[in-house]
Design a protein around this ligand. Structure first.
Ligand SMILES: *Cc1c(COP(=O)(O)O)cnc(C)c1O
Length: 403
């Protein structure tokens, strides 16, 4: 039984990019061919020793992997229950997990002979990671970003420019992430020969949900070895925040077949699930389609994506990765949520108990883990993905709390 299931998870998605009924490549004919070419190139190079070695060396000498697995003793004592371990993706070069897939995508672009990478960014985190990877690999980088986000995230815009990226302000529609994606795709369609579109999470048309997951799964592979070394066994629970879902898939993938390990994804409940101001897609959305793939979507009666909100800009997306949609239906992963206020509380608690300032996105995972730890006995073990550091959020939180 267990063996069959292992095979099932390893084989996902199928050749058309479906995880159960979710995923696929729901794009115009012209783009479908382009996506198939990317899939083919990826399948070819991913197994070559050159690509594997290049990525492994970059992980080690450039990103600083393996990232530590850290036992948060004072945080655990504060909660008074299970032991909480943090997977320190915040210590990676550029401060979050996003460098993992950005390096993979930039290397793929180079191997495909592309001269430019184009990408969208919300808070600017994917933009900075992509600009970094492109500077390293030596190809041009163009980042589309909503005008409102540009104003809000000035330090990241400056970093992208220093790193040599061209930042294109998006002035249409909501002037935020959703329209930045549309704008970047339009620009991409003008020149798919010399350009690779680099998506920033486990979303979008096939092969991106699979490819970005593969580039991120090093997180869980390391954590699995590390916890066995430190505790002599697997954890009882995993917790990660879910925006598009890449850091979560990165941690979860290595444990999907360990059915004794409970898995939790934490979505942003914003100002509350009973208000319109949240982005809890798996908790309150319905199956639908956005940006070229099928998944759970927060949508109105006509299937149009709803406006979303989270205190963490990296989590406010009305869709979610197709594999998460599938894992929800299977019941393998429990999707829970944390509000803006719970996120702020977790942000301050980790800062003051451990001297680690987490990203507001990661603080959602912490909030979920702290709640879970209180319910569990002291001999239980929880591994939390600390997806990024909170430098970018420090001013905002200080203002908000009047510090
Ligand atoms: C972008 C971001 C996220 C959300 O993206 P996922 O694809 O859901 O991982 C989470 N944490 C940090 C630090 C981020 O920058």
């Amino acid at each position: 039984m267990g063996h069959n299931k292992a095979f099932e998870f390893a084989a996902m998605p199928n050749a058309e990019g479906y995880f159960g009924e979710y995923g696929g490549s729901l794009v115009p004919e012209q783009l479908l061919k382009v996506m198939q070419d990317i899939d083919k190139a990826y399948q070819e190079i991913r197994v070559t020793p050159e690509f594997q070695n290049e990525l492994r060396d970059l992980h080690r000498y450039y990103v600083g992997r393996p990232s530590p697995l850290y036992y948060a003793r004072r945080l655990s004592e504060h909660c008074g229950g299970a032991k909480i371990y943090l997977k320190r993706e915040d210590l990676n070069h550029t401060g979050a997990h996003k460098i993992n897939h950005s390096l993979g995508e930039a290397l793929l672009a180079k191997h495909m002979g592309k001269t430019r990478v184009i990408a969208e960014t919300g808070a600017g985190q994917h933009g900075v990671a992509m600009a970094t990877a492109c500077a390293l690999v030596g190809i041009d980088c163009e980042i589309h970003m909503g005008e409102i986000d540009i104003a809000k995230e000035a330090p990241n815009v400056v970093k992208m420019k220093i790193l040599g990226a061209k930042v294109v302000p998006v002035t249409r529609g909501t002037k935020t992430l959703k329209d930045a994606v549309d704008s970047a795709f339009e620009e991409y369609l003008k020149d798919t020969d010399s350009t690779l579109y680099a998506i920033g999470s486990v979303v979008g048309p096939h092969p991106f949900p699979m490819m970005v997951r593969d580039f991120q799964q090093v997180i869980g592979e390391e954590a699995r070895d590390q916890i066995q070394e430190m505790e002599g066994r697997l954890p009882d629970a995993l917790v990660a925040c879910v925006g598009g879902g890449s850091n979560a898939m990165g941690l979860f993938t290595a444990f999907l077949n360990d059915t004794d390990v409970e898995i939790y994804g934490v979505e942003p409940a914003g100002k509350g699930l009973d208000t319109p101001d949240h982005a809890a897609t798996l908790t309150l959305g319905k199956p639908g389609a956005v940006h070229g793939f099928k998944c759970y979507v927060l949508q109105d009666e006509d299937g149009e994506p709803l406006p979303v909100h989270s205190i963490a800009s990296g989590l406010d997306y009305p869709g979610v990765g197709p594999q998460h949609s599938y894992l929800k239906d299977l019941g393998r992963v429990n999707y829970i949520s944390a509000t803006d206020d719970e996120c702020l509380d977790a942000f301050m608690t980790l800062s003051r108990r451990e001297g680690i300032i987490p990203a507001l996105e990661s603080s959602h995972a912490l909030a979920g883990a702290m709640r879970l730890a209180r319910e569990l006995d002291k001999d239980k073990i929880i591994v939390v993905n600390l997806s990024g550091r909170g430098d970018k959020d420090a001013d905002y939180v200080a203002n908000k709390l009047g510090l």
